[in-house]
Each structure stands twice: as C-alpha cells, then as structure tokens.
Design a binder for this molecule. Sequence first.
Ligand code: AP5
Ligand code: MG
Length: 206
Amino acid sequence: MSKNIILLGAPGAGKGTQAIKIAERYKIPHISTGDIFRKNIREGTPIGLKAKGYIDGGKLVPDEVTIALVDSRLKESDCAKGWLLDGFPRTTAQAEALDKIAKVTTVVNVDVDLNKLSDRITSRRVCPDCGGSYSTVTYSNSNCTCGSKLVQRDDDKEETVKSRLQVYANSTAPLIEYYKKKGVLVSVDGNKAIDEVAKEIAKVLG
Ligand code: AP5
Ligand code: MG
C-alpha cells in the first residue's frame, strides 16, 4: 500500500528536519507548502505575490490558494506511490479538501513543548540557494555546506513567530483531534534530539 503521510506540528517542531529523512527512507516526495510558497516568492510568480503578505505577517495563505496548489502537486506522477505532506493541512477546511483528493494513511504529530518553539525558530538559519537548514545552536559557520551565505527566514523574526504560534493554536492544533477521530494519528515526542525523534518516527511508520 502506498504511504500517504502527513507531518503535523507547530512552527519549529522539526517537521522539515524530519521530513527529509522520511522522504529519503520511503522514496516518496517531500511536499512542503511553506517551501513551495517561498520558491514562488523568490521567483516572483503570481502565487508568490499573493502569498508574501500573509507569510511575512505570520498569517495563513487563504485556503483556496493553498488547496489548489496541493491538489495539482499531488496529481504529479512522482506522487503515485505515496507522498509526505509537511505543513499541509493547517486548517479543517484544508483537511476536508484533502480527504476528497486522497486517502491519508498516517498522520505523524511532532509534539514539542511550546516554550521551546520560539527559540528553535529564531536560531534557524537557511540557505537561500540549496534550501539547507541549520540551527545556530549546533552550527556556528555563517556559510552553508554548499558555500552560500546563510540567512534568517523573513518570518523567523520574533514578532512574526508570535503570530505564527497563535495561528497554529487556533487553526491547526484542532487537526490533532480531527485525525485522532479518524484513527490515523500517531504522536511522537519532538522534544528529544533530532536522531531520537527520527528513530521514533521510523518505528511508528514501520
Ligand atoms: P512553513 O514553512 O510550513 O513553516 P512552519 O509550519 O511555521 O514550520 P517551520 O518550517 O517554521 O518549522 P518546522 O517544523 O519545519 O521545523 P524545522 O525542521 O525547520 O510555513 C511558513 C508559512 O507559509 C506559514 O506561516 C504560512 O503563512 C504559509 N503556509 C504554509 N503552509 C500553509 C498552509 N497549509 N496553509 C496556509 N498557509 C501556509 O526546525 C526548526 C529549527 O529547530 C531548525 O533550526 C532545526 O535545526 C531545529 N530542530 C529541529 N528538530 C530539532 C530537535 N529535535 N531538537 C533541537 N532542534 C531541532
Ligand atoms: Mg518547515
């Protein structure tokens, strides 16, 4: 059976970090709506222009834009044998729309204490060229391993992070219950070290 996996979790929970490992392990595409929006913003596409104000303000991009984007991405041929969604769905309307598009096999909820999230996000540095992501806590070099200079994501500034965490609590956290009721939710302790979390996820995904 194909693996159609969702990674659920607050901003900074480690979804992107774990998604890379899961996608590699199961040879399925890693689909991060945040990454797709950021790429569109860099390239100045109509979707990017629409999304930028919302993202910079720490708000959600409207459902109709995001749902259409994911709908068309999941129709691409590399998704035929499964996929991993990172950062989608984020609202009940998105989850209901996804139910009409495909069958979700497992939802992995990466559970991290609220007081850790803000520090993780403000310590993050990303590579604008290859997409690499680092924490200043564990990586002190100002350049990526590809050689480019690391930058802070525009929405990783403290004020915007507050808004993102609020949006998560109001709009996205209810999805934990939504998927629990459907019997597809598994929670992992995302407070542990990156490799420990990865081991726990590998165990639950089989
Ligand atoms: P998106 O890019 O999805 O951001 P997010 O959900 O806020 O999540 P992050 O990317 O900040 O965190 P993460 O969980 O991936 O953590 P990471 O692995 O990087 O979305 C951005 C914006 O796009 C949204 O605000 C919204 O505007 C828009 N958008 C996206 N999807 C949308 C949707 N469906 N609907 C509407 N709008 C949408 O880790 C964070 C840091 O912690 C890193 O530095 C990492 O090295 C470190 N770290 C990771 N794991 C650990 C660990 N176990 N221990 C210690 N440090 C760790
Ligand atoms: Mg991410």
